[in-house]
Ligand binder design. Structure first.
Ligand SMILES: Cc1ncc(COP(=O)(O)O)c(C=O)c1O
Length: 1004
């Protein structure tokens, strides 16, 4: 039956269902799958989430099991998950995590939302009340066609988001006046850390990095953590003296405007830095740059910051897209993803990820950054904001913000509050001593009015104005000061027009134009904007179209029910440094999620601070280092890593100041335990850690994982378990049972945060009890352990708002649903392996012939036989409307395929049919029926333009675009043909076409 079309097979199954369904029904309870169950009572909820989350129903599951030769899911799991690490079924049941129906969850979220007090925050420090244009909110942020996309590795089916990310890069370059910008980093503080490391490395590893005392405290904390791993010595003070007689300094970080609102002139500092061969790194604010002379015009080498002010809600700390720009000279050292223009096989312009995109995979421990997932969705939102408002709109917003700040200064000055900073854009640091006894009087009045200001000290209060401030908000702010000072209440009639003088020094006022590119100057009506958003969206394949079976990436259902609370103001408008008594709802979500993640991993404590899997790796390894130091073994710095590991593992180890020693893999893909033991013993006096991914990146549960952990512990090291593959483990085994000491989880994989086209992500770490004291802290809120390492992210709980999604996922699935999800992920992958195994060689299986939750298929034979590469198969899959699986990783000739539990049997069969059809097409090339260099695989993908023009290919147009009959009904058209990566890297162009170029393109 496996070779029948899905439609026919389903018909057969339906015909059999009389007998088969009875058998299945009796099996279903025994199988323990959370697929359709009869309601226990008339009051039982019918909107139970596991039924919606898990793709195959009981009948389909039973069919897949029978295809694999099993009568029950338990027998199948017995053969798939090693007994040594198996946990008892009772450890993850609905009694352990009680499931909520979708409606119950919604009510619970509403109640917790109400527990967050709806204060408006004017705290500043890098976070503002953003105004999200509704057209962007609904059509990008709340639109699965944007938020479920994967990182645009497959350029031909990702031109929409690539164009939008180029808009982001162009916007950053133009606002900052820098030569090149990347497509986002995790947050401002980690971007500053990347800038510091770039300065350190480009200077030939000079040791000292100077931080101006106007830099935000959270940025300084993250720099402190990062400096440690590189042996960088930090000095904090007045930057103007940084280069007085300092040859050892590799760079200086300044903030412009600074945390207190001051606009300092760093032009002379830049000259002295350059005379000393040091770099000037500038943290800045894009909106302020609409009025300020951009750093690129006064000597900055690196410019970074947070773009959230461009239409991204605060979300109690994130997610937001940090930006990072640098000079031409530094471009090849820039961290993160960079989008560039290239051309496709027909010579048409096309965008794709450029240069260092896969830096960690290629350079591993020699990489200078571990950025993999970044913040693509938020970068797209910020870019769309710039497209929608354009240069004139942005100027208007900046003028309003500055004007209101001026007005506030005059008004509060009248009550005796003196503005300490003579220059400012949007922030006043007020000396309160002329009006009240202590700053607390102002904060008390603010609390009564439902607003928050920045707590600086007893004598000073900070106020930062933003785009959202209307007349009522303004009066509320002003009246906090009038009531604190005992003056009469202001009314609207009392408001003067904004003073005309500016508090931006003339020498630092912006004279240059920005955003002249056509894209920022034509989509200003909502109709135009809506169409632009949908025009880009229509070029991109996402989970809204078909399965994205990317191995190691776990692209599963991101349910609407779990996404809904995210944009409620009760959660989205919360400042990360809001007083703790205002965020009870958030704190409960965080506590629940930390607790449930500990139950799932078997660990003692959790930190939700890291903003990606790689950031989690770095945090976990830094915790291990701190643990060794606490025992007087700070000299332990060797990290053993299997050669099969994800590239972020060695890059993170290097960033945490460790030396990477590779460990071999066996022929069957497992870690070579002999080599591991030999290396562990050889380095036993300096062994810090071992990193292992489980199940391995080769898609198998290794039998020897506990032995590997034992070897490491015996030699004084700690085990870091990379939990990116946790989707195979939940309820079946756990990192703690496997023997690890710390793991990170990718909430944007196993726990259903959508991938956003390359972020956001969350990479929490869970640790055993002995490591809990070292979990990361934060300078503005007490989090972490009692011997905590410094912060690893700008906000205490990282990207807090999207924790709601994983919280929803866990709470709605409950213990049984979580376990069943893992079981079904394993079943789907094994069924797929079975269907494909007559056609392709599945590289690794366990001794029972089972893969884990993903399978690795090797294409080397096709290369040998006919020069067909794995990438040719991948590109051909695009013609069938599928996102190709992970290509050329972890083995260059392979594809890593991960269907996840959310895909139905029909979808899996459609994918298998496509793969089988491509196999037949490859056979035609191997047997000489089709030429080696001009066939459907080599020419894939095929676009509409390809088939409407002259046709001289040795196959029909129909075979090119409709190789299977269902494609006539359900076709996704790639918009460009095969993109030429090498051309793009040689001719690096990373911004939007200019006016001149656009005009040229339209010349007849
Ligand atoms: C095995 C493994 N480890 C670590 C990571 C890094 O996670 P992130 O992309 O969130 O930084 C990935 C990401 O794909 C992965 O597959």
């Amino acid at each position: 039956m496996a070779s029948l079309s899905p439609a026919l097979r389903n018909r057969l199954v339906a015909a059999q269902s009389g007998t088969f369904a009875c058998a299945v029904h009796s099996l279903s309870r025994r199988r323990g799958l959370a697929t359709v169950r009869a309601p226990a009572t008339i009051f039982s909820a019918l909107d139970t989430f596991p039924d919606r989350h898990i793709g195959p129903n009981s009948r389909e599951a039973a069919y897949m099991l029978s295809e694999l030769g099993y009568g029950s899911i338990d027998a199948f799991i017995h053969d798939t998950v090693p007994q040594q690490v198996k946990i008892a079924a009772s450890e993850m049941t609905d009694d352990v995590i009680r499931p909520l129906s979708e409606l119950e969850f919604n009510r619970r979220a509403k109640a917790l939302g109400r527990d967050n007090k709806q204060f408006k925050s004017y705290i500043g420090m890098g976070y503002h009340n953003a105004v999200v244009p509704p057209v962007i909110l609904r059509n990008v942020m709340e639109n699965p066609a944007w938020y479920t996309q994967y990182t645009p590795y497959q350029a031909e089916i990702a031109q929409g988001r690539l164009e939008s990310l180029v808009n982001f890069q162009t916007m950053v370059m133009s606002m900052t006046a820098m030569d090149i910008a990347n497509a986002s980093l995790l947050d401002e503080a980690t971007a500053a850390a990347e800038g510091m490391v770039m300065a350190h490395i480009t200077s030939g590893r000079k040791k000292v990095f100077f931080i101006d005392d106007g830099v935000s405290p959270q940025t300084v904390a993250v720099l402190r953590t990062r400096a440690k791993g590189f042996g960088i010595e930090l000095r904090v003070g007045d930057a103007t003296s940084a280069f007085d007689n300092e040859a050892e300094t590799c760079g200086v970080l300044v903030q412009y405007p600074d945390v207190d609102g001051r606009i300092k002139d760093f032009t002379d500092l830049a000259s002295s830095a350059h005379r000393s061969d040091a770099l000037v790194v500038v943290a800045t604010d894009l909106l302020a740059l609409a009025m300020l002379k951009p750093p690129g015009e006064w000597g900055a080498d690196i410019v970074l910051g947070n773009s959230a002010r461009f239409g991204v809600p605060s979300g109690y700390g994130g997610p937001h897209a940090a930006f990072f720009a640098c000079t031409e000279k530094l471009k090849r050292k820039m961290p993160g993803r960079l989008i560039g223009r290239s051309r496709d096989a027909s010579g048409r312009p096309a965008y794709r990820l450029a240069l260092q995109t896969r830096e960690q995979h290629i350079r591993r421990e020699k990489a200078t950054s571990n950025i993999c997932t970044s913040q693509a969705l938020l970068a797209n939102m910020a870019a769309m904001y710039a497209v929608y408002h354009g240069p004139e709109g942005i100027k208007r917003i900046a003028n309003k913000v500055h004007g209101l700040t001026q007005l506030l200064k005059v008004i509060v000055g009248g009550y005796g509050f003196k503005t300490v900073n003579g220059t400012f854009f949007d922030t006043l640091t007020l000396d309160v001593t002329g009006a009240v006894k202590a700053a607390e009087a102002v904060h008390e009045a603010a609390a009564k009015a439902g607003v928050n200001f920045r707590h600086i000290d007893n004598e000073h209060v900070g106020v930062t104005i933003d785009e959202s401030v209307g007349p009522i908000d303004f009066l509320r702010i002003a009246n906090v000061f009038s009531s604190a000072a005992g003056s009469s209440i202001l009314t609207r009639e009392d408001l003067l027009p904004s003073p005309s003088a500016s508090s931006i020094p003339l020498s630092l006022s912006r004279a240059s134009a920005f955003l002249p590119h056509p894209v920022f100057n034509k989509h200003h009506s909502e109709t135009e904007m809506l169409r632009y958003i949908h025009h880009l969206e229509s070029k991109d394949l996402s989970l809204a179209h078909s399965m994205t079976p990317l191995g190691s990436c776990t692209m599963k259902l991101n349910s609407t029910s779990s996404m809904i609370p995210l944009t409620w103001p009760e959660f989205s408008n919360v400042h990360p440094f809001a007083p703790i008594d205002q965020v009870k709802g958030y704190l409960q979500v965080i506590k629940d999620l930390e607790g449930d993640l500990c139950k799932i991993t078997g660990y003692y404590a959790c930190s939700l601070q890291p903003n990606s899997g790689a950031a989690g790796e770095y945090a976990g390894l830094s915790v291990i280092r701190a643990y060794h130091e606490s025992r007087g073994q700070g000299y332990r710095d060797v990290c053993l890593i299997p050669v099969s590991a994800h590239g972020t593992n060695p890059a993170s180890a290097m960033m945490a100041g460790m030396k990477v020693v590779p460990v071999k893999n066996m022929q069957d893909g497992s870690v070579d335990l002999e080599d591991l033991a030999a290396k562990a013993e050889k380095h036993r006096n300096s062994l810090a850690a071992f990193m292992i991914t489980y199940p391995s990146t080769f898609g198998v549960f290794e039998e020897g994982v506990r032995d590997a952990c034992h070897i490491i512990h015996k030699n004084g090291g700690q085990v870091y378990l990379d939990g990116a593959n946790l989707n195979a483990q939940v309820g079946l085994t756990s990192p703690a049972v496997c023997g690890g000491d710390v793991c990170h989880l990718n909430l944007h994989k196993t726990f259903a945060i959508p991938h956003g086209g390359g972020g956001p992500g969350v990479g929490p770490i869970c640790v055993a009890e002995h490591l809990a004291p070292f979990l990361p802290s934060h300078p503005l809120l007490k989090v972490g352990g009692e011997k905590a390492i410094d912060a690893v992210a700008a906000a205490p709980f990282g990207s807090a708002s999207i924790l709601l999604i994983s919280w929803a996922y866990v709470k709605m699935l409950g213990g049984q649903g979580l376990t069943d999800s893992s079981k079904m992920a394993l079943l789907n992958a094994n069924y797929m392996a079975k269907r494909l195994s007559g056609y392709y060689s599945v590289r690794f299986k366990n001794k029972n012939g089972r893969v884990a939750h993903e399978l690795l298929i090797d294409f080397v034979e096709f290369d040998k036989a006919a020069g067909l590469k794995v990438v040719d198969f991948a590109k051909r899959l695009q013609d069938f409307g599928f996102h190709p699986p992970t290509v050329s990783w972890p083995i260059p000739t392979c594809m890593l395929i991960e269907p996840t539990e959310s895909e139905s049997l029909d979808e899996i069969d459609r994918f298998c049919e496509a793969m089988i059809k491509i196999r037949q097409e490859a056979e035609d090339v191997i047997t000489g029926k089709q030429p080696k260099n001009n066939n459907m695989l080599k020419n894939a993908p095929h676009t509409v333009s390809d088939i409407v023009g002259e046709w001289d290919r040795p196959y029909s147009r129909e075979d090119a675009v409709y190789p299977l009959s269902w494609l006539r009904e359900k076709k996704f058209w790639p918009t460009v043909s095969r993109v030429d990566d090498a051309y793009g890297d040689l001719n690096l162009v990373c911004d939007c076409p200019s006016v001149a170029e656009t005009a040229h393109n339209f010349e007849p």
